[in-house]
Ligand binder design. Structure first.
Ligand code: GUN
Length: 288
């Protein structure tokens, strides 16, 4: 039987609708407008696209959007000074520094200079620690979006075998923490994992976040498993031009899986929706 396609685009539109309702209530009842500041250093084309899209959607849900575009050669001290200014700005409730940063900037230092209460990416070491110990934290947007889709599809995830392929700080590790928090039995697989195919075949839930186009074939997927594809890779089409594909081979995986997220239109739209939701959460916490 063909897999259920998990429509992240439609789900994200619903989440953004809920965020917009919440924003309108904050304005009407308390005179507060949640504000999100996005900082982009340099001219990475993919980052420019993401930042533009974040700004547009922030405005669409009625929030304040501030963009700071800095030269690729910006000195670390100047970036830290900007973050300090945003940390102390009462109209800014969320701060996102788009990654990757140019090589001369210390990513950890920059991220950890953000006020953890405004760290809507959930990358600050305090938020990482809170998540790891099961306490309230800012949760990274991409794994949060994946978890929301999994909960929506399955209800309870308790007792399910989950394999996360990829061990990045942005997706793989927080995803594993979230699945553990929902009582899955979690394996984190990565480039050194032995017999990756066998590991993936045991999983009821597969989250692919490796950044390698179509790496997971359908014959690695347990029949009926749920496949969440975090990859966004651009590949050449045989007839010319390019197209976006995920980290799993969609057609062969969809033939075996019980449910699968498409690329595009799966995890991607949920990431921005969760960023907006995190900003509202940060605003509510800041205002008691
Ligand atoms: N670059 C790629 N994904 C992300 C993300 O979720 N947040 C930030 N800040 N940068 C990214």
């Amino acid at each position: 039987m063909a897999a259920t396609v998990i429509d992240g685009k439609a789900f994200a539109a619903r989440v953004r609708g809920q965020v917009a309702t919440h924003v309108a209530a904050l304005k009407a009842d308390h005179g507060i407008t949640p504000g999100l500041a996005v900082v982009l250093v340099g001219e990475d084309p993919a980052s420019q696209v993401y930042v533009k899209s974040k700004g547009k959607m922030t405005l669409e849900v009625g929030m304040k959007s501030v963009e700071h575009k800095l030269d690729a050669g910006t000195a670390e001290a100047d970036l830290l000074a900007l973050i300090h200014q945003l940390n102390t700005d009462p109209e800014i409730h969320g701060i996102l520094v788009q990654l990757p940063l140019p090589g001369h900037l210390d990513e950890d230092l920059v991220i950890n200079s953000i006020d953890p209460a405004k760290d809507v990416d959930g990358f600050h070491i305090s938020n990482v620690g809170l998540l790891g110990t099961g306490q309230d934290s800012m949760v990274p947007c991409t794994p949060l979006g994946c978890l929301m889709m999994l909960r929506d599809h399955h209800g309870s995830l308790s007792g399910m075998d989950a394999v996360v392929i990829g061990r990045s700080n942005i997706v793989g590790k927080p995803m594993a923490q979230l699945l553990l928090g929902d009582s899955c039995t979690v394996t984190i697989a990565h480039s050194r994992t032995k017999d990756l195919a066998d590991v993936v075949r045991r999983a009821d839930i597969v989250v692919a976040a490796v950044g390698r186009p179509q790496m997971v074939p359908g014959d690695w997927i347990k029949p009926g498993a749920t496949v969440i594809d975090v990859g966004i890779n651009r590949i050449d089409k045989p007839e010319g031009g390019t197209r976006l594909v995920g980290d799993v081979d969609y057609d062969s995986c969809a033939a075996v899986a019980g449910a699968i997220t498409p690329v595009p239109g799966g995890v991607g739209p949920m990431t921005i929706a969760c960023l907006l939701a995190n900003t509202v959460t940060a605003c509510c916490r800041a205002n008691g």
